[in-house]
Design a protein around this ligand. Sequence first.
Ligand SMILES: [Zn+2]
Length: 124
Amino acid sequence: MSSQTYQRDRLQARTPLRCPICGGELQDSMIRDLGGVTSDLTWQMHAGRCPEHGWFQAEAISRPPREIFSVNKPFGSARRVSIDGKEAFSFPTRFNLLPDAERRKPVDAFDAALWRAANLADRG
Ligand SMILES: [Zn+2]
């Protein structure tokens, strides 16, 4: 991979991130740890590539991400994707659908069900 990696990147990492378009498992997944060493804050950027739909990334800050972004490369810039003729840069997650009060409760930041793209909900 030609993109620059940092010491705090974990490659082939296990991530709850899935493709927000097909729900498929991602390849070449990586996790970049952004949290301070002394901080108990969980702050991570997750990225991975769907063989069919390209790169996606999402940021977890002690909670699941509210959106998954399509990007041109891991930790890169936004990429426009077209789904059923509609263009999108980002995909709200199931976590984003929770009411505010629910979202403020303690939650597993890596709960895979909450990382799932909301548009996939009715497809199980
Ligand atoms: Zn996909």
